[in-house]
Design a protein around this ligand. Structure first.
Ligand SMILES: [Zn+2]
Length: 256
């Protein structure tokens, strides 16, 4: 989809309605689930020393299982067992298979100067207890910005309903952050040059499930029940997307 800059700004601000989208058949719908990072480049390190790649793989596998149970028989992973694969090959695989949606799964950290040190089981690790929450990223360089944003909003709404709160720290005006916050309530940012988002030929969203450098959030993110709750929201968003639903205004969730 080619959009003028003005049209894109309106879209990002939610000032225009996107035309209704045709519903899909779940059994035919191809979603690429992308567990971020590799064993060789494992991403962030948690407050207790677990590499991000392990969190990503666990959540991606749980999601794949849930999607298949929900009827998305053709859902597939872009990477297995933390194999070394360049980012561009992940989207090449999705592009070749003509996936209709690309979802990259990550777990978040914070800029190094915001982290403190503590000792866990005799080893020193970095942490912050001041930042927590999920975030969603879309790229203006993706050929289907409207589709990417529709999925990001549907996912943000599902997470909101599930009482997950976003982090806003990526919008802070500090080196390494300063991202455009498109939707503060749903935690959606614009990050044009994320490789997997701009090289995918289908709508693409990158999901940071939470901060593994936050000592409390890390424990939640490691727990099976919390992972299941995230997967419920992710699966719900894919169902909404496939059904052609449009994001609606979210009410204040009644959360504990
Ligand atoms: Zn990551």
């Amino acid at each position: 989809m080619v959009m003028t800059r003005a049209a894109l700004v309106c879209l990002l601000l939610g000032l225009v309605e996107i035309d209704a989208v045709q519903a899909c058949e779940r059994g035919d719908f191809l979603i690429a689930v992308d567990p971020g990072h590799t064993r060789a480049e494992p991403g962030a390190l948690s407050a207790r020393g677990m590499p991000e790649v392990q969190f990503n793989e666990k959540l991606a596998l749980r999601l794949l299982e849930a999607l298949r149970k929900a009827g998305f028989a053709k859902a597939f992973l872009t990477n297995r067992k933390q194999a070394s694969i360049p980012l561009i090959e992940r989207t090449q695989l999705a592009n070749e298979r003509k996936a209709q949606l690309f979802l990259s799964i990550h777990h978040d950290s914070a800029q190094p100067h915001l982290l403190s040190s503590w000792s866990y089981r005799g080893v020193s690790y970095r942490y912050t207890d001041d930042i927590k929450g999920y975030s969603l990223f879309v790229s203006e360089k993706n050929p289907d910005v409207a589709g990417s944003l529709r999925f990001a909003r549907l996912l943000g709404s599902q997470l909101h309903r599930g009482c997950f709160a976003p982090t806003l720290h990526h919008a802070e005006k500090i080196p390494g952050e300063s991202r455009d916050l498109i939707d503060e309530q749903l935690g959606i940012y614009r990050f044009d040059d994320l490789v997997v988002l701009k090289s995918a030929t289908m709508p693409a969203v990158l999901f940071e499930a939470g901060l593994i450098v936050n000592r409390r959030e890390e424990l939640l993110l490691r727990s099976a029940s919390y992972q299941r709750s995230i997967v419920v929201a992710l699966t719900g968003a894919v169902i909404d997307y496939c059904a052609g639903r449009m994001p609606s205004k979210v009410d204040e969730a009644r959360c504990p």
